[in-house]
Design a binder for this molecule. Sequence first.
Ligand SMILES: [Zn+2]
Length: 719
Amino acid sequence: MLDFQDALTLPPAAPVVLSAMAESADPPPDMTVSEWAEAFRFLGSESGSRFAGKWENRRVPLMVEVQDVCGVDHPSREVAISGGAQIAKSEAALNALCHMIRTASRSALVILPSQEEFGKWNRVKFNTTVEATPDLHDHVVGLRSRTEDSSTTAYKKLRGDGFVQLTTASSSKGLQGLPVGFIIAEEVTEYEDDVGGRGDPVSQAQARMDAWGDEGKIIYVSTPGVKGSCRITTLVEKGDLRVPYVPCPHEECGDFITLDFAAMDRDETGEHFHCPSCSAAIYETQKLGMIARGVWVPTFRSPDPARPDDDSAENPDNPCPPEIIPADTLARWLSPESHQRLYGAPGGRDTEGRYPSFRCWQAYSGLGSWARIWKRWQDAQSDPTKLRTFYQQTLGLAYEERGDAPDHETLTEKWRAAGRPSGVIPSWACMLTGMADVQGDRVEWGAYAWGPGPRGQRIAGGVIPGDPESPTTWAELGRVVRLTFPGEACVDLGFDRFLVDAGYKSPYVYLFASGYPNVMATKGEPDPHAPELGTPTKVKAKIGGKVMAATELYKLGQYGLKRRVYFGLKQGLIELETGVMQPGAIGFSSEVDQGFFKQITAEFLNPNRKFKNMPVWDKQAHQANEQLDIAVGALAGAVNFGLDRLDWQGWQDLFKARAKADALDAMAPLERLWATPDAAARAEELASAKSRIIQPAPKNPSAKPAKPAWAARLAKINR
Ligand SMILES: [Zn+2]
């Protein structure tokens, strides 16, 4: 198959012509942002971009309009850009900043979400761009040669009086200061709601632009975050919500359509989209031609003035654009800028005074590939954290955190009926982990078996009554930690990892952990961005003023682990229903009762309580949750032992090392979970999972109904 990346690689630009242009570039050029970028902008080799060298609009043609509305020469005061990674949204804002440095005497403020992003933006984006772009050399003072009034990291001095100031969104001091006429709010979704007790960081920054009145300019750029608390989603939906439409490359069709992930597919011919109008397949080799003719269409919903109380009512005089736009009616739906570019005259859809806002995803970018999009989608099937990243980074959509567990009654009924035996490692598993939770009068524990997929099953558990300060309690737990379990296919296995929660009576837990090579002392870490299993710290078991032992303490990133357990519960039920193994599934033996399932489903993600911009896990009132903590710990133990690291070969090796002599065939059906065989069944499975994808913008379905072939396909996807 043609490697389209190769097709994108161009011979190096002619240096003679460019340097001649650079020298003739004073006084300020009368150019739009995209024209300036095409003529002068270079990407430094330190930028890490595969496309270092001359900026070329043709790689990201849809970004031409985005760049131009970001310019200080465009009348809109605000612009919001939301989308996945690799669509050049930050570059568009940076081009607008460079264009401002060259054409207007203003000062600018760039807000980054963290110190790390601050450093990266300074080094990788701004400094390398200025150094690589001769047209900017004389306009940023002392960046290249250190003099007394050199630019610093936080202040870039511009020729004249201006400056470009960099700050983090968490620095109230950085957000205050001298007036600025241009602001870039980078990764705006990651900002805290309140900074330094002075409130919203964006409002604090905007106050610095008051002197510029309507001529100030602020650009919000971000990858989306979590649904319900995503700043960029709110900002984009307040604007005119432009999405890209591209012409179907099939001659007999030619309708303007959107590339929706729900219409993406893969078979032996490769990754493709189905045209919602003619149903024909559209391949990546047709992408560059299609996006070069792409347009932006405002898709905001104009409320019906006759029915002000009905949020879903649409203004009949300004309806949402249809899903399929025939080329001969394109003009009336376009953004003002797309209309101007295509028809050389004002026109297009009435945006009712809304500011330009954009939403785009990777399928439309010349910088990424459809094959990689599909690969990432496949990889995300077993892991809600990867699925969230896929939504945000690839689809450019806010992710809905589904922190709701399946109903405990359903779980009890289904798993009792399934009749899986307890105390035995299932034929598909060859890894064993456990977790113990220390309470005031008892220690509760559970054992889980794991196999490729990855999939897990709880095979045993129990309660050790007794005082956690009493040696007999720990002696009893020591007996548990040394237990072995028979396998249906593997030899008797002991625990590969056994975790003990050190949140309560920690010195005793440390002392116990120090005595067993397979025991890890752990503590829950509430930070939603923490890794599932952090780097351990050294701790000492101090009992009665005396250091008894030393061990390591592991922090468990509970946020992601709990979500994974709940995802596993749901996948497990799908498995029971369909008989098809599901990645991530967690199953149970039939002796598990309703009390157990009440505990494991005791928590939920509360969207009304936030920590670091993410909803917080809350417990149902008066409901014990030990079994959830135990499942979380057992999963973390498996992750530590290699659950996510092992590939198919790795699992086979582990299985061979542990299998009974006559059981080496037992894993065969699991190959279905891995990419190669039975692609049709896998595609079907992925398609049904895709029905969870939320469409990015409201559309007017009545304007032109989908054709029957497509309708049938959609029905299949959404079933
Ligand atoms: Zn078509």
